[in-house]
Write a protein that binds this ligand. Sequence first.
Ligand SMILES: NC(=O)c1ccc[n+]([C@@H]2O[C@H](COP(=O)([O-])OP(=O)(O)OC[C@H]3O[C@@H](n4cnc5c(N)ncnc54)[C@H](OP(=O)(O)O)[C@@H]3O)[C@@H](O)[C@H]2O)c1
Length: 319
Amino acid sequence: MGRLVALTGASGFVGGHIAQALVAAGWQVRVLMRRPPSGPPLAALPVDVVSGSLADRGSLQRLVEGADAVVHVAGVVRARTRRAFFQVNADGVANLLAAVHATAGGGAMPHFLLLSSLAARAPAVSAYAASKRAGEDMLRARAGPVPWTILRPPVIYGPRDRNTLAFFRIIAKGIAPLPAPDAARVSCLHASDLAAAVCTLLTAAEAMSGQICEIDDGCAGGYSWRTMIETAAAHLGVRPRFVRIPAPLLNVVAAMAAGAGLVTGTAPILTPGKVREIRHLDWVCRDTRMQTHTAWRPRVPLDTGFARTVAWYRREKWL
Ligand SMILES: NC(=O)c1ccc[n+]([C@@H]2O[C@H](COP(=O)([O-])OP(=O)(O)OC[C@H]3O[C@@H](n4cnc5c(N)ncnc54)[C@H](OP(=O)(O)O)[C@@H]3O)[C@@H](O)[C@H]2O)c1
């Protein structure tokens, strides 16, 4: 029997890739689920399921009991209110950490790996960014004897991702929206490389303990929106028309979407905070400590990653 890892967020896009990689790496995986696993990849993986949410103390204790490592991926990337972001992205960290403290007693402490976001680097940009930073701060302040590492990935993409699907869909229609200034730069990371980084970190836990690491696909300086669009368009087989979206227009649409979200009770995709994230000039990773201190290397450059992602979307009829 492999070592035991407790994983949250496994039903989501990123967590699903991490669950697959952990199982493939020989870990015994125990996941927290709000609903029984119904589709790929979770339903086909040999994982133990603990029912419950990040707000449920008993479930969290059952999740982490006896675990050698805790990988905390669950989080919200869209929410109706600032409070709703903080309840999951910050309070969720505190609740999970409290469960680790409660179950570990005086014994060995599991390594706590928190999946944060590059957004945490700029908490003033949006409620999402602030909540991810608050989650990090919570872990650092309250960890006590629990060893921890924080990973800050940039944009993650790959099979099963519904967020970047919207980006591919609009380009497939022949439209290339430019929502940010030309100077804006973004780092990217394929989900399989992120999952491999998590597996590496759990085996090299000591080397990276107490560190906050940014990781990306190794493209120095990141990508412009134009490059990302042109790369996607090449694999979609289209020559899209570039359309610059002025900031005031984005802001009006976002304000209307946010207002509608409050009325209908749904979390809108575009909000004023999301617009500030999109228009932020520097989402570039410049951290190479993972490569310096561990054997992890990014394997999927953007061109290959977009080709595989488009092929997957087409195979699954998402595109
Ligand atoms: N996608 C990216 O580009 C990106 C980039 C950087 C960092 N991240 C981080 O990666 C994490 C996962 O993102 P994602 O894109 O995979 O999002 P996702 O597909 O929406 O998955 C979110 C996961 O979190 C779970 N979750 C949310 N609230 C929960 C709660 N209260 N209790 C228990 N589980 C809860 C969801 O469970 P249900 O299925 O039950 O809803 C789901 O498993 C987030 O922490 C995000 O900040 C993502």
